[in-house]
Design a protein around this ligand. Structure first.
Ligand code: GTP
Ligand code: MG
Length: 300
């Protein structure tokens, strides 16, 4: 392994243009030079200039719905009067800029994203009255969990080096899937991966959401069109054995009324037609529940 140091250039960032009150101290982060993935992603070229507003980490395996969750929530937030911006300074390569344009264009359509729309990173800012409320960091699923390499213990250096150094509160949205079509041992490995993440990357000030996506695939959770949240949570716990326990509240007092330190959000990004990009956007209740949970995490 080549462990020579590479400097991340974070100099030419124009944070003022997004109208945020940010601490824009420049920082140079050193990471090991073994971070260019087989897919050609240069993880050394990553900059998070806003070191104050919380960062929501959409953490989930490939195809779990990270991108579509971000799209669904962004559309909802725009309807609620928020501004959704991509942070073009996050990566400097031309491909990233193209992806930023594409994301914003996609928000204006009512189509699903094509399968490989985002195999790269994206940093999206949610802004209200000139202040950044939060940032969403989306990365390719295999950086979080690769079913083909379930024994991997370490996260890519961009996560361990950069994420650890960021002072921002992070809200880890761990994505689980209703009816994830893999065998149980893969689910167990995913739970272990989340446990690694807690051990390696998480700080005391961070907060957690378990997002249970694709609930439209579980008819039994619906009564008169409304989702039964506690049943959804029970199913999630059954399907992802040991996941809730990772978040057991060990405080002797608060644990009396709050057993776990995560917020549970059942989710559906939309209703998909096979083999086309046509889909019907999910009901507003889903992004609303997610946003309410996130807002509590930003403040609490
Ligand atoms: N039934 C159902 N399918 C969904 C839902 N959300 C996403 N999907 C399906 O999952 C596919 C992948 O969604 P993405 O949002 O691209 O997944 P991702 O996690 O960003 O995947 P990677 O970028 O490859 O890591 C979509 O094309 C849909 O077919 C949902 O709420 N319900
Ligand atoms: Mg994606």
């Amino acid at each position: 392994m080549d462990t020579s140091e590479v400097k991340i250039n974070v100099d030419d960032i124009d944070v003022k243009s997004i109208g945020t009150e940010v601490d824009d101290r420049r920082e140079t982060v050193s990471v090991q030079d073994d971070t260019v993935t087989p897919a050609g992603i240069d993880e050394n070229d990553i900059t998070i200039a806003d070191k104050q507003s919380p960062i929501v980490m959409l953490f989930g395996p490939r195809s779990s719905g990270k991108s579509m969750t971000l799209v669904r929530l962004s559309r909802y937030l725009r309807d609620c009067g928020y501004t959704v911006k991509v942070d073009k300074t996050f990566k400097s390569d031309a491909k990233y800029k193209e992806k930023c344009e594409k994301f914003l264009k996609d928000l204006d359509t009512k189509e699903a994203l094509s399968g490989n729309a985002f195999t790269d990173f994206l940093l999206v800012k949610i802004i209200k009255n000139g202040t950044t409320v939060c940032q969403f960091l989306e990365a390719p699923g295999e950086h979080y969990f690769d079913p083909e390499d379930v024994s991997a213990r370490n996260f890519p250096p961009y996560m361990t080096e950069i994420i650890r150094k960021l002072k921002n509160r992070k809200i880890w949205a761990f994505i689980t899937e209703a009816e994830w079509d893999v065998n149980n041992s893969v689910k167990k490995s995913y739970v272990r991966r989340i446990s690694n993440c807690k051990a390696q990357l998480v700080k005391n000030t961070d907060r957690f959401i378990i997002l249970y996506n694709k609930v439209d695939q579980k008819d039994e959770l619906f009564d008169d069109g409304r989702i039964h949240i506690s049943s959804a949570e029970r199913l999630m716990r059954e399907e992802y054995d040991g996941l809730a326990r990772l978040f057991a509240n060990r405080n002797p007092i608060t644990s009396l009324w709050r057993k776990y330190n995560y917020k549970f959000v059942p989710f559906c990004t939309g209703y998909y037609e096979k083999n086309t990009l046509k889909y019907t956007e999910s009901e507003e209740q889903y992004p609303r529940m997610l946003w309410n949970a996130l807002m509590k995490c930003f403040k609490g």
